[in-house]
Design a protein around this ligand. Sequence first.
Ligand SMILES: O=C(O)COP(=O)(O)O
Ligand SMILES: [Mg+2]
Length: 218
Amino acid sequence: MTGKTTLIFDLDGTLIHSAPDLHAALNAALAPLGRGPLDLATVTSFVGNGVEKLIERGLSATGGLDADLHRRTLAAFLTAYEADGVALTTVYDGVLPQLQRLRDRGKALGICTNKPEGPARHICDRLGLSPHFDVIIGAREGQQKKPDPAALMHTIQTLGAAPDDTLYVGDSTVDFRTAQAAGVDFWLYTGGYLNGDLPQDRCAGVFADWTRPDLFTG
Ligand SMILES: O=C(O)COP(=O)(O)O
Ligand SMILES: [Mg+2]
């Protein structure tokens, strides 16, 4: 078990397999424009930098965009995603017992995600994750998105922790760069939406299985 007192987790592709709902909502927003549908693997590769980038990438892949089309498509996407957002989403196997185990050992736990905070909280409530966390920080108006370290630093401060007493756990190059920028050790989950090269030798740990009993040691 890690000596760190505080563990902070990314959400999409780390704790939950949310791509199927993001895929459905993106295609629902594209359809009235005569665009798409995009396949699940393509949409999954667009996840990690927040919903604005997801929409930009979806529109770019289906014929292009301008600012007005982006604004309208983002609104349509959020309407579809906020209407449900969990129908097709699952918590990765082993996550809930692992979180319980960490809590039993007195760790402070947080979430720091690029997903907008409203849907992030709603989804965590619906999937039974919320009771495990002391804080859930999502994308907010006026807050830089990861890989800027602002949101992670804010999460650490809210938990009353220090960067060198914190681990960040995520699935993407965005998360790795965020941790580096914040001066926080990083554990990579390889079962999520990794979509770029990442120097695994610079991670404190790498794992593919949430049921592993030795997670977050060392
Ligand atoms: O909304 C996204 O693009 C990804 O969210 P994440 O930061 O939880 O991976
Ligand atoms: Mg992620």
